[in-house]
Design a protein around this ligand. Structure first.
Ligand code: ZN
Length: 477
């Protein structure tokens, strides 16, 4: 991996970049500059774009919505100060999750495979959020507990490489600065791990969970990977020891009983993730059917079976299973989305449309429902309506590359060619491909021609993206 070579010197350029100029004190020596909260935010976004350009991601709206909603809920009761978060769902079955400075939360598909309950899933994220709120990344660097710019750049590079699957070798590759290595050590020191467990457990309880989920997950991970020569990355950086389990068990037992351990929603989302990593829909269907044979009342297995059947084009069987689930819970979003999926796959567009409208009347702000509405309008050759629906979605998800991708596609179909290039530019910028982003705005400008207000708006946006590109280039040099 050659794309990340942050050095101390190049960050001087970063500080001089116009994007950062506004909120910076004048600094003589860039290498001693302390990262301001606004800089931390911007650096985080820039690195997120880089990470997106390097790793395969999961773009299932239901999965994204679940992760975002559940993490924001945990953040509410946490000590995290800057709550402007951005998320990345990494398409890897390996157990991992991280919360990085700048408010980037990364979750691997593998977290869902390993965490058997919502409580266990929340334990891992509460622990990661505690690293963030306790500033374990920065501690010891400055009394103010703020990082220096080069430190933060190097640290994020380390996280990016680890998340991209580069593992230790990747971190070694950028450890020319050594800052990343130092920071990783600091973050994963025994003391910091203990603190993250302690703060994480308190937060779990405050957020309404049963904190016993944390030791329970540790115990199972320890059993599961005890004899594994190659444990997952998360366990390399978070070794589960007997004393850690005993510590967290003691703390968790002090909590009142009655906290939330699991939820149907988590299990349904988990079934979706399991299906992603199944070799084929047929194998998935077989596994879910076996669970259902054991217990015919297992709604989670029935849902898993239904979505595996949709994926495998066994539409009649899927319809029968969804009918049973919807009879029990007619207003459940997940079940209704599966039915909409099925109706769409079998070209029953008016049924699907009616169901989307009915559900949106109850949950107007729901992201997966709004996205499926757009997809459905497109399938029915109504790109103008789809475009309008997307404008609405952009109000809340203007930093989501998946939404911009959909906007570009839709504008193309509705003949809005300038808008198409603008949307592509936003998409490419969010996934770290600035060259293409800037080129798309060239195309847009050419089309805008003599429409001066429009072309000057495009021009201004292009300059912003050029500045961002320069900033990222400087970080990577
Ligand atoms: Zn940790």
């Amino acid at each position: 991996m050659t794309f990340l070579r942050p050095t101390l010197l190049t960050l001087a350029c970063l500080l001089a970049s116009p994007g950062f100029a506004d909120d910076l004190p004048s600094l003589g020596d860039a290498s001693s500059a302390i990262v301001s909260p606004q800089q931390e935010h911007q650096l985080g976004r820039a690195w997120l774009a880089l990470l997106r350009s390097q790793v395969s991601q999961l773009n299932d709206p239901q999965l994204k919505d679940y992760v975002e909603t559940s993490v924001y809920k945990l953040v509410e009761t946490s000590q995290v100060n800057d709550r402007r978060l951005e998320f990345i769902l990494i398409n890897s079955p390996q157990l991992n999750a991280f919360a990085a400075p700048g408010g980037i939360v990364g979750v691997n598909g593998g977290l869902f495979l390993n965490a058997q309950t919502e409580g266990e899933y929340a334990s891992v994220l509460a622990h990661e959020l505690a690293h963030l709120s306790q500033r374990h990344f920065a501690r010891g660097v400055e009394a103010s507990q703020r990082m220096q710019v080069p430190m933060m750049a190097a640290l994020l590079a380390g996280i990016v490489i680890a998340a991209a699957g580069g593992g230790d070798a990747g971190i070694a590759a950028i450890a020319g600065t050594q800052a990343a290595a130092i920071q990783e050590q600091r973050r994963f020191s025994r003391q910091n791990e203990q603190e993250a467990d302690r703060i994480g457990i308190l937060n779990l309880e405050k957020a309404g969970y049963d904190p016993r989920s944390m030791p329970t997950m540790f115990e199972r991970l320890m059993r599961q990977y005890r004899f594994d020569a190659k444990p997952p990355e998360f366990l390399l950086t978070h070794p589960v020891t007997e004393s850690r389990i005993a510590d967290t068990r003691n703390r968790a037992e002090q909590a009142k009983a009655g906290g939330k351990e699991d939820s149907l929603r988590y299990q349904l989302i988990r079934a979706r993730v399991q299906l992603i990593y199944e070799e084929s829909p047929g194998i998935g269907a077989k596994r879910f059917r076996a669970q259902l044979d054991e217990n015919p009342k297992n709604d989670i297995a029935r849902y898993g079976l239904a979505i595996a059947q949709i994926k495998g084009s066994q539409f009649n069987d899927a319809r029968e299973n969804l009918k049973q689930l919807l009879a029990k819970q007619p207003n459940d979003i997940t079940y209704n989305l599966a039915q909409i999926d099925l109706d769409t796959a079998t070209s029953r567009f008016s049924d699907a449309q009616a169901r989307v409208d009915k559900m949106l009347a109850q949950y107007p702000g729901n992201y997966p429902l709004n996205q499926v509405r757009v997809d459905l309008l497109l399938k029915q050759n109504r790109p103008a309506d789809a475009e309008k629906a997307l404008e609405n979605l952009l109000k809340t998800r203007s930093d989501d590359p998946d939404v911009w991708y959909s906007v570009a596609e839709t504008r193309g179909l509705s003949g809005n060619i300038i808008g198409l290039h603008q949307a592509r530019a936003e998409y490419f910028a969010l996934v770290g491909d600035y060259r293409q982003a800037i080129q798309q705005l060239d195309f847009a400008k050419r089309r805008a021609g003599s429409n001066f207000p429009l072309s000057s708006r495009i021009d201004a946006r292009q300059r912003e993206l050029m500045d961002q590109e320069q900033m990222v280039k400087d970080m990577m040099r």
